[in-house]
Write a protein that binds this ligand. Structure first.
Ligand code: PMP
Length: 281
């Protein structure tokens, strides 16, 4: 990455210190906006089309019209990657509904505000190799977890709960049905089959989850998109999580009890290898 981080704010590429956020930005007051985090491998955006489609889906669902076309947005993000000389990292982008005096009702004629940056981030090789420890927790979020909005308080509280318990992340559940994690999707393996929560309103439709299911199909590993319980989680042969920053990361313990003998399992390993291959190509 270059020395001064360059942000894309509205229509300008600016050094981070020169970005001026309005105190009346609705993102600041209400978390009123949509966001995406996209992986950069070898200086290129990974699965950019899928991220764009999800951003549009979120924006439409919250009645926000994006001012830039797909091409304009992706060109700008690629320019950001180039200007920051990012080879292995992430791009973060968010659109808030706009700037207006504080009122719950949507402001008339406000223009959505774009803010994006690109930064270095290495692949989490140690966690991918050794696995992570998790604790389970009630999923107290709202009922549109499929939308990638800026409202992440419940997710940040969940992550912090995991850390306070000496764990790396949480596995969330609604009345015993496992949904996902604080910033990733969850899956189990039982008798050679992958099981992961269906892509409905209770989970984010993870791009990495989608890539993982595509790779599983290619590898001939059967997968079921169906709800599974905390009991199934504890009795699973393998547990793993998927996400843009965590890729495919094994879970080696749940609530202090080992899963798959406290070691990453063979199906998880095959998926990791296939994922690394997908990145290379
Ligand atoms: N669930 C939640 C709650 C997330 O925040 C994320 C990360 N964006 C994911 C799942 C994984 O999604 P993706 O694979 O698109 O990063």
């Amino acid at each position: 990455m270059s020395q001064t981080q360059i942000y894309w704010y509205q229509n300008q590429f600016l050094p981070k210190d020169e970005v001026r956020i309005s105190p009346e930005d609705r993102g600041y007051y209400f978390g009123d906006g949509a966001y995406e985090v996209i992986r950069v491998y070898h200086g290129k955006l990974f699965e950019a089309d899928a991220h764009y489609d999800r951003l549009v889906r979120t924006a439409e669902a919250i009645h926000m019209t994006l001012p830039l076309s797909k091409q304009e947005l992706l060109d700008g993000l690629n320019e950001l990657v180039k200007r920051n000389q990012v080879q292995e990292g992430t791009v973060y982008l968010q659109y808030t509904r706009g700037i207006a005096p504080r009122a719950h009702s949507f402001p008339q004629g406000a223009e959505p505000v774009l803010m994006a940056y690109a930064g270095d981030l290495k692949r989490p090789l140690a966690a991918m190799e050794n696995g992570i420890r998790t604790v389970t927790m009630d999923d107290i979020r709202w009922l549109r977890c499929d939308l990638k909005t800026l409202n992440l308080l419940a997710n940040t509280m969940a992550k912090q709960h995991a850390l306070s318990q000496g764990a790396d992340d949480v596995i969330l559940h609604r009345q015993g049905t496992v949904t996902e994690c604080s910033a990733s999707n969850a899956a189990i393996v039982k008798n050679g089959r992958i099981i992961t929560h269906p892509a409905n309103h209770l989970i984010l439709h993870g791009i990495t989850r989608m890539v993982m299911l595509r790779l599983a199909e290619r590898l001939g590993i059967p997968a079921e998109e169906r709800p599974f319980t905390l009991d199934e989680l504890q009795a699973a042969d393998e547990v793993f999580i998927t996400g843009t920053t965590v890729e495919v990361t094994p879970v080696v313990s749940v609530d202090g009890l080992p899963v798959s003998g406290g070691q990453p399992g063979p199906v998880t390993r095959r998926l990791q290898e296939a994922f690394s291959e997908a990145i290379r190509s």
